[in-house]
Design a protein around this ligand. Structure first.
Ligand code: 9MG
Length: 272
């Protein structure tokens, strides 16, 4: 297992979301410049973040496409500025050119919601030899929530991830660099998401770190009837469940509060 996935106490890692997109679903326009992004990174560091996930493309349903140049322009200056904090940086992208540009200036991990299926992505990670998260998505962000369908959501997602892990290995990416993610909210109904969360521990069978991203997602709005800015309690509830089910990395907006959940989780774990 790569060192980015490890820490001494074996507590789950908190990945803090730093979206540098004008249309980001919960940050809005707030952090779309370097100073604000840096300020937010400092706040997350104080709150106990382990990895910063920096992205310049919104993947929420209906989001517009972003060019390679635009994505690089958004994230590279932020990575250059934030890397002085010494927090491991993950780049949230599917484009091989963006992966390369981000790693060149200091990112040490790639988070790909398209599981390295885009042009040259597999070869780029094989060359860069950096940790990578492979996420499952059915369809494309623009239309993925229109009519998601599965024979058996857990089995289908598991098979997809197994195939992508195999593709990585065949391309020369060592297993120790890979983490997997069922992709909550990416081409899934509420029922699909709940079933995946309930069965998250089944994914431990792949013997790879599991990343869970549930923070402020619409599945929480569907259950609680709360708008995105009032989904903290729901986000913490699902973060706790994901930790219990064995998730190694929890991707969140609210780092300080999730860190409290982690402390409680670890205190309880120390009893057993
Ligand atoms: C970028 N992004 C948005 N949601 C995500 C999730 O659930 N997992 C991962 N790995 N990335 C995500």
């Amino acid at each position: 297992m790569h060192s980015i996935y490890k820490n001494q106490s074996c507590s789950p890692l908190i990945m803090g979301i730093l979206n540098i997109t004008p249309d980001s679903f919960s940050d809005g326009n707030q952090y779309n410049n370097e100073d604000q992004a840096y300020g937010r990174a400092v706040e997350m560091q104080k709150a106990g973040v382990d990895i910063l996930d920096i992205g310049g493309e919104s993947t929420r349903p209906g989001a517009k496409d972003v060019s390679i140049e635009q994505e690089i322009e958004r994230i590279v200056p932020v990575i250059q500025r934030v890397k002085s904090l010494g927090i491991p940086i993950s780049v949230d992208t599917s484009k091989s050119e963006v992966m390369r540009a981000a790693v060149e200036v200091g990112a040490s991990m790639v988070n790909d919601v398209r599981a390295l299926q885009e042009k040259n992505a597999l070869a780029t990670i094989a060359e860069l030899q950096v940790p990578v998260c492979l996420m499952h998505m059915q369809g494309k962000p623009r239309s993925m929530q229109q009519s998601p369908q599965y024979q058996n959501v857990v089995k289908d997602v598991m098979e997809f991830l197994q195939k992508r892990v195999k593709a990585c290995e065949n391309a020369g990416i060592n297993r120790s660099l890979i983490s997997i993610d069922p992709g909550f909210g990416f081409g899934k109904t509420l029922e699909h998401n709940l079933e995946l969360l309930d069965c998250l521990a089944d994914f431990l069978e792949l013997e790879l770190p599991i990343l869970a991203g549930l923070s402020r997602k619409s599945m929480l709005g569907q259950m609680t009837n709360q708008p995105v800015e009032r989904r903290l309690a729901g986000s913490l509830a699902v973060a706790q469940i994901a930790m219990e089910k064995g998730a190694r990395i929890i991707r969140v907006h609210d780092v300080a509060e999730t860190n409290d959940v982690r402390q409680v989780f670890m205190a309880m774990k120390s009893l057993s």
